[in-house]
Ligand binder design. Structure first.
Ligand code: ZN
Length: 237
């Protein structure tokens, strides 16, 4: 791990991928990556995990944005412990901020990891790039690898078609209890986007509707109808 630079044209996908990478390091259960639902994964998804610091400035980075990093790393971590800094939009790192970070990125103190995110690698400061392991998230096939088809459909910003929903339901055939877990995962993903300000007004409205369905979970055998009702509430106005 240590210092990675992830690239993808979609900011939300980058944040999801960062969360996935961190879960792989911190999650204690053996559930499938990204959807185990343990307390650690939940805290990572809602940006409340004590060992993860999300740095998501609006516009250009200023020194105030990166100062917390230096404060945190003055404390040595106990052996075996890990801490993650996620820095969004590192295309917006000014030369001043970049220079301040160079030494730390060159040799992060034991246990400290950096995940840098950029829509485009080109404009990232060369001195920063040279210290990172660069990963193109497009090429590792982010969404299809980690996400359940229903999670992918309902967290997408696109309008969902009935045939896509049918297909996902046929393919995955979730039962009633799995459906509740999946809806929970969809809601926490959207909430994470809200925290990181990558959510649109439309998505915020959808989130409210989805949350209302969490209060009336499906009974045994009711999973298909449950998802269809969600679909109708979201897209059939
Ligand atoms: Zn977990």
């Amino acid at each position: 791990m240590s210092v990675k630079l992830l690239t993808h044209q979609n900011r939300a996908a980058l944040l999801d991928e960062a969360a996935c990478l961190i879960k792989k390091e911190l999650c204690m259960s053996n559930g499938p990556a990204g959807r185990c639902g343990c307390i650690t994964c939940r805290h990572i998804d809602t940006a409340t995990h004590h060992a993860v610091r999300w740095i998501t400035p609006e516009g250009l980075y200023v020194l105030k944005d990166i100062e917390p990093i230096f404060k945190v790393i003055t404390f040595a971590l106990p052996p075996g412990e890990k801490f993650f800094f996620v820095m969004a939009d590192v295309e917006n790192l000014s030369a001043t901020c970049g220079n301040k970070l160079l030494k730390t990125l060159e040799e992060p103190p034991d246990g400290y990891n950096f995940i840098l995110l950029a829509k485009n690698v080109e404009p990232v400061l060369p001195t920063i790039k040279s210290r990172c392991h660069i990963i193109n998230v497009d090429r590792v096939g982010h969404e299809s690898v980690h996400m359940h088809p229903l999670v992918e459909l309902f967290t997408s910003t696109r309008v969902l078609s009935p045939s896509k929903l049918e297909e996902a339901l046929r393919e995955s055939a979730p039962d009633h209890s799995e459906s509740v877990e999946l809806l929970d995962e969809i809601v926490s993903k959207l909430k994470m986007r809200m925290l990181k300000k990558t959510i649109t007004d439309i998505a915020a409205t959808r989130l409210k509707i989805l949350e209302s369905f969490m209060k009336r979970p499906p009974g045994q055998g009711g999973a298909k109808l449950f998802w269809k009702n969600i679909f109708l509430a979201l897209f059939n106005k």
